[in-house]
Design a protein around this ligand. Structure first.
Ligand code: BTN
Length: 255
């Protein structure tokens, strides 16, 4: 009883320090906001951007350690247990330095894996960050006509259970040790710096290819078919080889 009370007090103490630090520190290359909790940073970013001075062209970064209604790709949910994973959305109200736009999810993948800075990590097409086969980070790109919103979830304190059947089914989660606020700020800053740089399709393809695990088979979500990745095409599609020969994948059909 006493030990459990001490543990809870310690956890609360750490959470308070983390939140205070996250609220008072800033990133140099983005407009940084920290929320104690929010349904989804994707929606918070839209609201905060709408309320901001329209002359401010900086990317807006909104982060939290707890979402109550986080969302993933293809309508799946993205969950955390509120103990210190990171949910971050960086919204770009101005033009981004990349065409075609279909390459953006891949570029975000390389920026996230570089910010996490752990040689054990690899990218799975289009942009999941994997550690020994488990998913450490997921990326969701949305656009509402006003801005492009890039959402990134990183499992740091815990790897949430992922269902193996039903609409939310997905790959097993893994976690990477680190300081949640520092990681969120590194990712946000990396995206901020990138948005001011010159980028191009060839560079994205080269950078992404160097960080992918080409030896790992991929499993198609709808059919369960296993395919081998062959190469990235200039528009970001992935050429794969299956039992019936080669073809290009156009969206994230993979587990
Ligand atoms: C995926 O399905 O792999 C993408 C997961 C994206 C989760 C992040 S967490 C921050 C942002 N807010 C959300 O509600 N989703 C994204």
């Amino acid at each position: 009883m006493l030990i459990s009370l001490m543990r809870r007090t310690h956890t609360l103490f750490l959470a308070t320090i983390t939140q205070t630090r996250a609220m008072t520190t800033t990133c140099r290359n983005v407009d940084w906001r920290w929320l104690e909790t929010t349904p989804s940073t994707m929606d918070s970013a839209k609201e905060l951007l709408a309320a901001r001075d329209t002359n401010d062209a900086r990317p807006l970064a909104v982060a939290t350690a707890h979402q109550t209604k986080g969302r993933g790709t293809r309508g799946r949910s993205w969950t955390d247990d509120g103990r210190g994973n990171v949910a971050l959305t960086v919204a770009f109200p101005s033009e981004i330095p990349l065409t075609p736009i279909t390459l953006l999810p891949l570029r975000v993948g390389t920026l996230v894996i570089d910010a996490l800075n752990d040689s054990r990590l690899s990218l799975k097409w289009p942009n999941d960050v994997l550690l020994e086969g488990g998913k450490v980070a997921g990326i969701l790109v949305e656009s509402d006509g006003e801005a492009i919103h890039v959402g990134i979830g990183v499992n740091i304190a815990s790897a949430p259970a992922v269902p193996s059947s039903g609409s939310d089914r997905g790959r097993r989660a893994a976690k990477i040790p680190g300081d949640a606020v520092a990681i969120a700020q590194r990712i946000a800053d990396g995206l901020g710096v990138w948005s001011q740089s010159a980028d191009d399709a060839t560079k994205v393809i080269t950078d992404w290819s160097a960080r992918a695990d080409w030896a790992a088979d991929l499993e198609l979500r709808e059919t369960g078919e296993r395919v081998k990745p062959v190469r990235l095409l200039p528009d970001g599609r992935l050429q794969v080889r299956g039992a019936d020969g080669e073809r290009a994948l156009v969206a994230d059909y993979l587990l």
